[in-house]
Each structure stands twice: as structure tokens, then as C-alpha cells.
Design a protein around this ligand. Structure first.
Ligand SMILES: [Zn+2]
Ligand SMILES: [Zn+2]
Length: 121
């Protein structure tokens, strides 16, 4: 009888579909046993950007008013005068360290101009 074959065919297809569904479902929901390991990893807190302190090169040691380094500007810092006089580096005529006196030493002018920070204005 043909009807019997038809039923067997349907049954066979249903079995195949079930097998595929179960197999697919089983493989899709594989146990994720690696999760606990991932959770153990805590984000490292060493992400603080290491900002360097203000570079010393940015601290401009320059007296723009007198054209010499601020740290040796005797006209801004009277305390330095004695130091230069003690070293014999003093121009009494111009009341300046001899090493700063571009009037007596015009060649120093280029030297100090080279030392002066570039004006960006
Ligand atoms: Zn000065
Ligand atoms: Zn001088």
C-alpha cells in the first residue's frame, strides 16, 4: 500500500528534522566553562598617564629687559653684583658685569642674542 510508504517517509523526515534540531541546539549551547577565568581578570589600574613634570627647557631664564639671563642679571638682582665684583668680572664704568657689558665688548651682543629665547609674538 502506498499510504504506508508515505507515512514512513514522513516519519523519517521528522526524525531527521528532530536530529538536526537537537544536534544544532546542543552544539549552539556549549557550556562556557571559560567565563570564570575571564571574570578573574581585573582591569589593571596602571593606566595613569605618566605626565612629565614641566620640562626645565620651558623655564626661560632670561631677562628680556636687560638682555641677559635672569639668573645673572645684576640690574634685577643686586645681590649678584658682589659675586661678579669678587670674580673681578665687573665694568665699573657701565655698572655691569664685564662679561655682560656689550658696550665694552660688542662681540657679546651676538652671544646674548643667541642665548635669548625666540620671541613668538
Ligand atoms: Zn634684568
Ligand atoms: Zn663696560
Amino acid at each position: 500500500m502506498e499510504s504506508k510508504h508515505w507515512v514512513q517517509a514522513i516519519a523519517c523526515i521528522i526524525v531527521l528534522l528532530l536530529a538536526v534540531a537537537v544536534g544544532g541546539c546542543g552544539s549552539g549551547s556549549s557550556p562556557k566553562s571559560e567565563n570564570p577565568g575571564d571574570k578573574v581578570k581585573t582591569a589593571p589600574t596602571a593606566e595613569k598617564s605618566k605626565e612629565p613634570l614641566v620640562p626645565k627647557s620651558q623655564i626661560v631664564d632670561w631677562c628680556g629687559e636687560h638682555g641677559v639671563p635672569e639668573s645673572v642679571c645684576t640690574r634685577c638682582n643686586d645681590n649678584l653684583i658682589a659675586e661678579f665684583k669678587k670674580k673681578g668680572d665687573w665694568c665699573a664704568k657701565h655698572n655691569l658685569p664685564d662679561s655682560h657689558c656689550i658696550t665694552c665688548h660688542p662681540e657679546l651682543k651676538a652671544k646674548f642674542e643667541a642665548m635669548a629665547p625666540k620671541k613668538t609674538e
